[in-house]
Design a protein around this ligand. Structure first.
Ligand SMILES: *[C@@H]1O[C@H](CO)[C@@H](O)[C@H](O)[C@H]1NC(C)=O
Ligand SMILES: *[C@@H]1O[C@H](CO)[C@@H](O)[C@H](O)[C@H]1NC(C)=O
Length: 324
C-alpha cells in the first residue's frame, strides 16, 4: 500500500516536471520565433474590440498647452487627419475663446496617423498646419472610426502626463457647437465636484445592440451584458482632471471595445465612480431639430449640428449682446 502510494508520487512528480519543461519550451518558442505572429494578432484583435493598451507614442506633441500654460479647462477635440475644415472652423469659433469668465481655456486637437494612398502627403500637410497653430497632438496608431477608443485612451494618457495642474478636461467631437462660457459657468459653480466628476448627456441604460445590421452591433462574447454601465455620450463629456490617470489604472483589466464612450463607462464602473447628470435638460442636445433659437442657445453647453455652418452661425448668435 505504502509502496504504491510512493510510486504514484514519483510518477506524479515526473509528469509535473515534464509538463513544466514542455511549457517552458513552448514559451521560449513563442518568444523567439513566433513573436511576429503573436504581434500581428495583437495589432488587429477584430472588429469589436481594439488594440489597447499598446506601445503607441506621440509623434507630434509640441503644443504649449499644459506644458507652459496652466489652463482651468482644456478642450480636447478628436478629429480625423483630413478634416482641416473642422479644425479651422473650431479655431475661428468656440476654439478661439481663451479667457472665459476670467479663466484660461485652451483647445487641443487629437489625431492618429492618416491612412490611404496619400497618407505621406497628408502627414506633411499636418506638420505644416501644426507649425502654424501648435494645437495638434498626434499618436502613431491608425486613425479610423473603429479606432476611436484608442484615440480616447491616448487623449487620456496625454492629459494624465501633462495636465496635472488643470482642473477639468472636456472631450468635444469635431462637429459640435460648444457654448464655452456656459460650460465654464457650470464648472465654476460651488457645488461642482473637483474629483471623480464626469458629466455630459448621461445614458443610464444604454442597451447593447445585438442586431448585426446596427452600427453599434456588439457580439455577446465581447460584451455579454444587456446594457452598458452608465456613461456620458461622446459628443461632449466633461471630467475632473484626476479621472484620466484613474481610468488608465483600470483600463488594462478591461477589454477595450470600439465604442469609446461606453468603454469609459465600463472603466468608471470598475472604479465605482458614477457619471453625474448635468443639472438642466437644456444643456446637452443630441440631434435636436435645427436651427436652434437664441433662447435654446443661451441655455446649452453642447449640441450636435446639422452642418459645419451651424457652428459658425451659433457662435455668432451667442456672441451678440443679448437683446432684451
Ligand atoms: C487600429 O490601429 C491599429 C494600430 O495602428 C491598426 O493596426 C489597426 O489596423 C487599426 N484598425 C482600424 C480598424 O483602423
Ligand atoms: C473617488 O473615487 C474613489 C474610488 O475610485 C474613492 O476611493 C475616492 O474616495 C473618491 N474621492 C472622492 C473625493 O470622492
Amino acid at each position: 500500500m505504502e509502496n504504491r502510494r510512493r510510486r504514484f508520487k514519483i510518477i506524479f512528480v515526473w509528469i509535473l516536471g515534464a509538463a513544466t519543461l514542455f511549457f517552458m519550451y513552448i514559451n521560449i518558442d513563442w518568444d523567439d520565433s513566433m513573436s511576429r505572429e503573436t504581434e500581428v494578432q495583437w495589432e488587429d484583435p477584430g472588429p469589436y474590440h481594439v488594440a489597447y493598451p499598446r506601445n503607441y507614442k506621440f509623434i507630434m506633441d509640441d503644443t504649449p498647452t499644459c506644458k507652459s500654460t496652466t489652463p482651468f479647462l482644456v478642450l480636447m477635440v478628436p478629429v480625423a487627419p483630413h478634416n482641416v475644415e473642422a479644425r479651422d472652423i473650431i479655431r475661428k469659433t468656440w476654439g478661439s475663446e481663451k479667457l472665459v469668465l476670467g479663466k484660461l481655456v485652451e483647445t487641443v486637437f487629437v489625431l492618429g496617423l492618416p491612412g490611404g494612398a496619400h497618407a505621406d502627403k497628408l502627414q506633411v500637410k499636418l506638420e505644416v498646419e501644426n507649425l502654424e497653430y501648435h494645437d495638434m497632438i498626434q499618436a502613431n496608431f491608425q486613425d479610423s472610426y473603429r479606432n476611436l477608443t484608442i484615440k480616447t485612451m491616448m487623449m487620456l494618457e496625454w492629459l494624465a502626463a501633462n495636465c496635472g495642474k488643470v482642473s477639468y478636461a472636456t472631450k468635444v467631437d469635431d462637429d459640435i457647437f460648444l457654448h464655452v462660457q456656459n460650460l465654464v459657468k457650470l464648472l465654476l459653480k460651488p457645488g461642482t465636484p473637483k474629483q471623480n466628476f464626469s458629466t455630459g448627456s448621461v445614458l443610464w441604460h444604454s442597451p447593447t445592440m445585438r442586431d448585426t445590421n446596427n452600427k453599434f452591433y456588439m457580439p455577446r462574447d465581447v460584451f455579454s451584458k444587456p446594457e452598458y454601465p452608465p456613461y456620458a455620450e461622446g459628443l461632449a463629456y466633461v471630467m475632473s482632471m484626476d479621472l484620466p490617470a484613474k481610468i488608465l489604472t483600470v483600463a488594462p483589466q478591461i477589454k477595450p471595445i470600439f465604442i469609446e464612450d461606453a468603454y469609459l463607462g465600463m472603466c468608471l464602473k470598475r472604479l465605482s465612480i458614477s457619471p453625474t447628470d448635468h443639472p438642466e435638460k437644456t444643456m446637452f442636445l443630441v440631434y435636436p431639430p435645427h436651427p436652434l433659437s437664441s433662447w435654446q442657445l443661451s441655455k446649452l453647453i453642447a449640441t450636435t449640428t446639422s452642418s459645419m455652418k451651424d457652428i459658425t452661425l451659433y457662435w455668432q448668435m451667442t456672441r451678440k449682446p443679448s437683446v432684451k
